[in-house]
Design a protein around this ligand. Structure first.
Ligand code: NAP
Length: 492
């Protein structure tokens, strides 16, 4: 990995304007807003704050660029993505450091996200040339059926703060591959990585107007008019189920095509025959990656009563070595949560579970500031029905409940309106496959604590969302199918 800018030099290399029609420029209103380091509360940079008028200009640019971009050969689009993959990889250390200081995750994890995020650029550089259609003879032999895939058109991409690079590349890369133009609205808490990424896309040769970026402190007011504009053809949103529901309602006005990557409440099921050490290693990844601020984070540990004590003890021993510290520090294993509100919500859920009879075998409190740190925490004896089992924790807290048989494990795991991912640890392959069939989730980690992979379809069922990102499915979200009926070529 190369480029080792200091924090100050790195911040100087980040564009601070809006990217509209290939130009970085201030907000029309002249307004800007501060982006803070959650480990110190200090301001990192002040960047342009887009309004609805700026958003309209961004959409105009995307609409104007759409026809020529769609007509650009797929190979050319793919090679821009390939170049972008190389540039992000070359600047991996810069991207990692930027994510760490604006979002909080430890540097080692930020490096992992750079590799994961860049992989979407490489994967879709390869998929760009594979948007196949088909030609066939109709069953009665009297006509011919031509099926072709076409770009859906200008897209609005809205991303969350927890994976600042990967959530952007997971949308931008397939949209570029499919031939769509875009307006990207990053989260206001972590827009800097998206700005640096957009400048890399320019450097990779993306034509003006194809990608427009509008950070804003007024998400609803800025993007609402775009969602109602009939020239917009697609909304791809990653964020909370609550906001996703609202956007789906807005999108219904123009029957706008949507992809929704929403919240999760992942069950982590450990059977009595599991390799407990492997389950603990998986639990560390599924719980502590990103400080628990991941839609895929294990939210409920559902452990067979015969192994629950051993699992909790070994899990606590490992978790107790995870020292909270600013992500840039060598020994940082757990960074700060994103803001005071998130930290307080985590503590509220813990306090509620303790009041209902749970025991904190590790942690259970916030860490004194500066920064919004929370102690890695394990709760045992958690009772069914408490809030911590039904709400996304989004923090380094693991509640453990026990079960006695497979049916009960399935009932507990499925008792949520979410359905993003589940994790199952067992040595019995048949049981693992059976659980895959019985669990209502879009993804399953079988003896694995991480499932994210650019080559796999990521997404949920129930209120965790609609559509898939990554895999061969990912590009389809940005294509529509057109069928051409052709008269019998043998008819006189
Ligand atoms: P959020 O509050 O829903 O925000 C997500 C994005 O939507 C941000 O850019 C936000 O802008 C914007 N937004 C908020 N209100 C809006 C509105 N009325 N109209 C248009 N845009 C609006 O979620 P978050 O707190 O950033 O992210 C955490 C959530 O994302 C969790 O629920 C997590 O599970 C989910 N997530 C899901 C996946 C997945 O793939 N399924 C991946 C990562 C995260 P502001 O920044 O201005 O608020």
């Amino acid at each position: 990995m190369t480029s080792v800018l200091t924090e100050a030099a790195l911040l100087e290399s980040v564009p601070t304007g809006l990217l509209i029609d290939g130009q970085w420029r201030p907000a029309g209103s002249g307004k800007s807003f501060d982006v803070e380091d959650p480990a110190t509360g200090k301001v990192l940079l002040s960047i342009a704050d887009a309004s609805a008028e700026d958003a309209a200009e961004a959409l105009n640019a995307a609409v104007n660029a759409q026809a020529s971009w769609a007509a650009t050969p797929a190979r050319v689009r793919g090679e821009i993505l390939r170049k972008a993959f190389e540039l992000v990889t070359e600047r991996a250390e810069d991207f990692a450091l930027l994510m760490t200081i604006e979002m909080g995750k430890p540097l080692s994890e930020a490096r992992g996200e750079v590799a994961y995020g860049a992989e979407f650029l490489r994967w879709f550089s390869e998929e760009a040339v594979r948007a196949y259609g088909r030609y066939s003879v109709s069953p009665d032999g009297k006509s011919r059926l031509l099926v072709q895939k076409k770009p859906v058109g200008p897209c609005l991409l809205i991303t969350p703060w927890n994976f600042p690079l990967a959530m952007a590349t997971r949308k931008v890369a397939p949209a570029v591959a499919a031939g769509c133009t875009m307006v990207l609205k990053p989260a206001k808490l972590t827009p800097l990585t998206s700005m640096l990424f957009a400048s890399v896309m320019q450097e990779a040769g993306l034509p003006r107007g194809v990608l427009n970026v509008i950070p804003s402190t007024s998400a609803g007011a800025t993007t609402g008019p775009l969602i109602r504009d009939p020239r917009l053809r697609k909304l791809s949103f990653t964020g909370s189920t609550e906001v996703g529901r609202r956007l789906l309602a807005d999108a219904s006005e123009t029957v706008l095509r949507t992809s929704m990557e929403l919240g999760g409440n992942a069950p982590f099921v450990v059977f009595e025959d599991a390799d407990i050490d492997a389950a603990v290693n998986g639990a560390m990844l599924a719980k502590l990656r990103n400080m628990g601020e991941a839609c895929t984070a294990a939210n409920r540990f559902i452990v067979h009563e015969a192994v629950a004590a051993e699992f909790a003890e070994k899990f606590a021993a490992k978790m107790s070595t995870m020292t909270p510290a600013r992500g840039t520090e060598e020994d940082s294993k757990v960074g700060p949560l994103i803001d005071a509100k998130s930290r307080d919500k985590v503590h509220e859920l813990v306090t509620d579970a303790l009041a209902a009879g749970a025991t904190a075998v590790l942690g259970g409190a916030a860490v004194d500031g500066p920064g919004y740190f929370y102690q890695p925490t394990i709760l045992t004896g958690v009772k069914e029905g408490v809030r911590i089992l039904s709400e996304e924790i989004f923090g380094p807290v693991a509640p453990i409940i026990t079960f006695t048989d497979e049916d009960q494990a399935v009932r507990l795991a499925n008792s949520t309106e979410y359905g993003l991912v589940a994790y199952v640890f067992t040595k019995d392959l048949n049981r693992g496959l059976r659980m895959g069939e019985r669990l209502e989730t879009g993804m399953l980690g079988l003896n694995a604590g991480v499932v994210s992979n650019a080559a796999a379809p990521f997404g949920g069922v129930k209120q965790s969302g609609l559509g898939r990102e990554g895999g061969v499915e990912g590009i389809d979200e940005y294509l529509y199918t057109q069928y051409v009926g052709i008269a019998d070529p043998y008819a006189a």
